[in-house]
Design a protein around this ligand. Sequence first.
Ligand SMILES: Nc1ncnc2c1ncn2[C@@H]1O[C@H](COP(=O)(O)OP(=O)(O)O)[C@@H](O)[C@H]1O
Ligand SMILES: [Mg+2]
Length: 309
Amino acid sequence: MASGERIFVQAIRRYCATHGIALDVRAGGWLLAMRSRAKRHFAFGYDIGLNSAIAHRLANDKSATAEVLALEGVPCVPHHLFLNPSMGAHVAGPDWQQAMLALLRQNPQGVVVKPNEGTSGRAVFKVTDRDALDRAVTEVFASSLGLVIAPYVEIEDEVRVILLAGQPMLVYRKERPQVVGDGVHTLRELATAAGHDRGLSELGTREVNAIVPKGEQRILNWRHNLDAGARPVLMEDGEVRAACAKLAVEAADTIGITFASIDVVRVDGAWRVLEINSGVMMEALAKLHPELVQATYDAALDRVFGAYR
Ligand SMILES: Nc1ncnc2c1ncn2[C@@H]1O[C@H](COP(=O)(O)OP(=O)(O)O)[C@@H](O)[C@H]1O
Ligand SMILES: [Mg+2]
């Protein structure tokens, strides 16, 4: 097995090897071509190939996800779409800048600007003033055709639900990197010692160089992306897990998706959907629970090949 190969590819390799399925790994591991005795099947990126084209498109588009969920009354974080003016004035419309400023005015706590089809927290900015909004918009439009603006919400907890055909397979919290002060060391020193110095630049020099009072907790990144240092923590059975799973099932039913990774957030004590991904990426979780990740991909592939073996 090639070193550095994604867990997703390793899991599919393992499934194919134990089920008599031939596998060709192409395009640097991004295209997986499987062939059982009776069936040809492809996986692409982190997409195992169980979702309809329209479910995949809705999920990958943060604005479309939010619109469809709102139509059906499923609680979610609203995402307003702005198309890149580089595609033509008629595409972006004449008032896009005014509309963005209006959103900023309506949300004094700030707004989040991000690519409409983004992943992994790349180019996700929290802004509270006009200059920062301009910078964020320029940066997102430099590499994306669509941008979304969401009101900034104070997330108390972010939970990921991996769903297969209406069944929650895995439910885990994402714990942001944090340190606890000792009254001696600065935030930078504590973060570096804990291996979390990435992303400190966003916090501001004064905060980073200040000594953290003993016992005080400091969250190092306002985003919950696992790629950016957050840690997956499996949730125990109970009311909270059940509430997250129920909301995720409603969201999945609404967009008609079979295999998905659904992120829900608790804001002011109530759960809402933040985003749905039709590619199911579990690279971070696999470091802690490889057997659970393999079992989930196995179950998904059983739905693909089950009837044909
Ligand atoms: N409107 C928002 N308010 C507060 N935090 C947000 C908001 N939108 C995103 N975030 C934070 O940023 C992270 C990345 O945003 P997300 O919408 O999931 O984009 P990506 O697809 O890049 O992961 C989320 O995990 C969340 O912690
Ligand atoms: Mg995300």
